[in-house]
Design a protein around this ligand. Sequence first.
Ligand SMILES: Cc1cc2nc3c(=O)[nH]c(=O)nc-3n(C[C@H](O)[C@H](O)[C@H](O)COP(=O)(O)OP(=O)(O)OC[C@H]3O[C@@H](n4cnc5c(N)ncnc54)[C@H](O)[C@@H]3O)c2cc1C
Length: 422
Amino acid sequence: MQEITTAEFEQHVLRGGKVVLDFYSTECPPCEAVAPKFEGLAALYGKDIKFVKMFRQQNKPLAESLGVRSSPTLLFFDNGVQLPITLTGGIKRSDIIHQLDSMLSKERVLEIKKAIKPTVSEFDVLILGAGPGGLTAGLYLCQAKVNTVLIDIALPGGQVSTTHEVSNYPGFIDPQPGYMLSHNMSEQTKQCGTIYKVAVDVTKIDLEKKEVVIDEFETVRAKKIIIATGTSPNLMGVPGEKELKGKGISYCATCDAKYYGDKEVVVIGGGNSAVEEADFISRFASKITMVHQFDALTANKQAQEKLFANPKTSILFSHEPRSFVREGDKMITEVEDLKTNTISKLASDGVFVFIGMKPNIDLFRNKLELDQWGYIKTNEDMQTSMPGIYAVGDVISKKYRQITTAVADGTIAAIAIAKELN
Ligand SMILES: Cc1cc2nc3c(=O)[nH]c(=O)nc-3n(C[C@H](O)[C@H](O)[C@H](O)COP(=O)(O)OP(=O)(O)OC[C@H]3O[C@@H](n4cnc5c(N)ncnc54)[C@H](O)[C@@H]3O)c2cc1C
């Protein structure tokens, strides 16, 4: 692997044959997450594809001319031609491999794959999920000198990193941008010394053996496992939703509201998330129509009052979506009036869905005792029904799912485990 500058771009990239170029920055956690994957793949593919990296801040004009807007960004070149794929953000090893493989013959790819050697690493504690629950457990364990690894399919931070503002996390007088709060939590745990394996594919979880396989070849074993995988948004399960997910239907206001400046938006839901996120979306959108299945909102009074005072927002009570279609650049939401059973159509520029969450337990659903809604049952030490397996945060059976309660769970599990390992 070679570090190059703008002056060397022509020689090493444009005249370099098959090349992958990593634009990185300093103080950039996603860059740190991709660096070991890049190095590992350079060792595997290095005979066929040249791996080079460039410091983005010092080569800004070139980066901009190549369409690089964030760090890290991986660009691919074949005989001087920039290939149409760009990888950025929380880049997975499998995404890079997919692109590298497409640049080589099938036979050569098979030879390279044969050279991959499975690895095994051992820790005292393996934490699955790096949201507030997992990060707090990681911090306490690290401070107790327990050898701990944090594994996440995405970058660290969990749901907080996509929450626009957090005003109820103690210790901050002013509301905090969610990404900042999660960044600080993550850096605090990382600086303590907890090992991070993030933006990975979790291929297999064996709770009995207490091992997790990541990126297909790397087995991580531990004496104890903490499950901190949180929740994901519920889907409505109506026609058109799957097809238009990410193409007009969004589940994240922080991620997507900015694309709806002066546009009309439909928001599905009526709980706290829906009402608070509708308020945020109204900073951008010109008009918001909320669709709610009941005849009153279920969000708290303060959030409701703010919404009712917002002139951009109107609410269709006792209505449910029945289908979504795209007509030109408009989204058409078919809604049913639950009182009259009549169907009507709402045209908008985009739809946001906030109708609750479901626990992320797909890889171990049948192994642990769950409550009737599918959340993991734990005792007061956060132990699950399986010895040595703990669970914390939103994924467990409990009444209130907040950052503070996830952080508290993580604290309890870590202290209990540290004592047991002693
Ligand atoms: C829109 C919105 C706004 C919110 N606003 C607030 C607020 O203002 N104040 C407040 O206190 N709370 C708020 N919450 C709730 C808060 O975000 C959660 O309670 C908190 O994030 C839960 O933390 P957690 O660690 O349990 O899970 P999460 O934050 O969900 O983190 C789980 C992590 O696990 C990872 N993961 C998932 N599956 C796997 C797997 N198979 N293997 C490895 N990793 C996996 C995910 O990538 C994620 O990083 C809000 C939630 C939403 C959705």
